[in-house]
Design a protein around this ligand. Structure first.
Ligand SMILES: [Zn+2]
Length: 487
């Protein structure tokens, strides 16, 4: 089976074939930095990290760009409210965004362009749009003339005669659906020099400028939330194809994730729900992997309900996986209890077909929900065998279980889930919480390492026994010492 992707612009799944063999250019719209990001803003970040990882796993070299919008009406409004320079706002929330992304553990972007650092590129592309007859200047403003661009509406599937005005209100526009490329400076607002006088870019233009500059016109995948289809992405197509006519489609595959939904009445009744809508608050309660498992357990195009119940459910599901992994580690570290080398053929078959099932699920438009189902299917098969009271471990079983353990961890990482870390970390479950912190454990492990190097085995042993008394089991491996919670 080959990878298929649902392409919003053609409203169908298509076989994925990048513009250049073996290479993929991805551009995903990032946040406007005027507040903390929500769990809703986090969905595209988790989803497109999974998309990037799977493309890499499938052998592609991937360039993944995500922008930061640091000049926009909402930022200016917030700066006015707080009576500070707009940069105070953008610095604060850019820093918060970077922290959140780091804490969510979703890898790095290949590049993260910032709008105000791309003003020359933005001015260049607006000039091209005007030269090609798609843009017009009124006073210090520049607008895109929608009626001149015959492809307008092709992404959102709308007829331009039925379109509503979506912003940039003003009597000076030739048509109400025209949108601003450049906005004339207003008193006290941030502005830059341009051929049309001092001003600032409209919101849509930065994505056309950045993707052109950083991906050299080779955009295989353009992603974002479904709420960006119109007008933002429709406008990006008009701008980019208007600036570079005759160069083909601006983007090959348009991918949009569904929204995270929360019932309004529920949100207003529960202040906790409102508070936890903010990602950094949610991360105080749940591990990053729990949040990612919650997001990825639903196909990316489907709507996803936000509730604490759903997150708790993801936490329990994660624990089920990590418990099985812990049991495998325990069993494979034991002496054989049987020299019978027969093993369950069901288990061998389940482990053997796991990777292929996972790939088939992911090849079907990145169906992470189904891929997670494949992991649970294997977990169930393993538990059916190893949880039997009369189960005897032998070296053949060890080999199969070891392979299952490796594959689950490896394919979990493809989804962006770090089961290895979850297995080794302190559980957030109060029943298993220990009285010793992770930092203390690591400090003691380092002390033990030093003791062992200087052949002070007595001290090394004392540390091991002390940790054991706190419920921490050490495991010495050739790559170093790892620790687990007892039981
Ligand atoms: Zn964008």
């Amino acid at each position: 089976m080959s990878l298929t992707v649902y392409n919003t612009i053609h409203r169908q799944k298509e076989i994925f074939k990048p513009l250049e063999d073996g290479k993929v250019g991805m551009y995903v719209c990032g946040p406007t930095v005027y507040n903390y990001i929500s769990i809703g803003n986090s969905r595209p970040i988790v989803v497109f990290n999974m998309v990037r990882n799977y493309l890499r796993f499938s052998g592609y070299e991937v360039k993944y760009i995500q922008n930061i919008t640091d000049i926009e009406d909402k930022i200016i409004k917030k700066a006015k409210e707080e009576k500070v320079d707009y940069r105070v706002i953008t610095d604060r929330y850019t820093r918060a965004f970077l922290e959140d992304v780091k804490n969510l553990e979703v890898g790095q972007f290949s590049s993260m362009p910032v709008a105000t650092e791309m003003i020359p590129e933005i001015i260049d592309i607006i000039k091209k749009i005007i030269e090609n007859g798609y843009g017009y200047v009124v006073g210090g403003n520049v607008y895109f003339e929608v009626g001149k661009f015959s492809g307008y509406g092709k992404l959102s599937g709308q007829n331009i005669n039925e379109m509503k005005e979506t912003g940039d209100e003003g009597f000076e526009k030739r048509n109400k659906i025209d949108f601003a490329l450049w906005k004339e400076a207003k008193e006290g607002e941030p502005s830059w020099e341009s051929p049309w006088g001092r001003g600032r870019p409209g919101w849509h233009i930065e994505c056309s400028a950045m993707s052109t500059a950083l991906l050299a016109g080779k955009i295989d995948i353009h992603g974002g939330g479904i709420d960006l289809v119109f007008p933002h992405h429709e406008n990006e197509i008009a701008q980019s194809e208007g600036a570079f006519p005759g160069e083909g489609d601006f983007v090959k595959y348009w991918m949009h994730n569904g929204m995270i939904e929360v019932k309004e009445e529920k949100m207003s009744k529960s202040s906790g729900l409102k508070e936890n809508w903010i990602l950094r608050n949610l991360l105080k309660i749940y591990s990053p992997d729990t949040i990612k498992l919650y997001i990825l357990s639903t196909h990316y195009r489907s709507p996803l309900e936000f509730s604490m119940g759903k997150l708790d459910e993801a936490g329990r599901a994660l624990e089920k996986i990590t418990n099985t992994l812990k049991n495998i580690r325990f069993l494979t570290g034991q002496k054989d209890t049987s020299d019978d080398l027969r093993i369950s053929s069901n288990l061998e078959a389940a482990v053997g077909s796991f990777e292929q099932n996972f790939k088939d699920s992911m090849d079907d438009d990145f169906n992470s929900a189904k891929a997670i189902g494949d992991i649970f299917e294997l977990i169930k098969n393993i538990n059916n065998i190893i949880q039997k009271p009369d189960f005897e471990i032998n070296s053949s079983f060890k080999k199969v279980l070891q392979k299952a353990h490796e594959r689950i961890i490896e394919l979990g990482m493809v989804l962006g889930l770090n089961f290895e870390k979850e297995v080794s970390g302190i559980s957030k479950n109060p029943e298993t919480r220990t009285e010793i912190t992770k930092e203390e454990i690591e400090k003691l492990i380092a002390e033990r390492e030093t003791a062992r190097k200087s052949s002070d085995y007595k001290k090394a042993d004392e540390i091991r026994i002390y940790l054991q008394s706190k419920g921490i089991i050490l495991e010495d491996r050739k790559e170093g010492t790892i620790w687990n919670l007892k039981g």
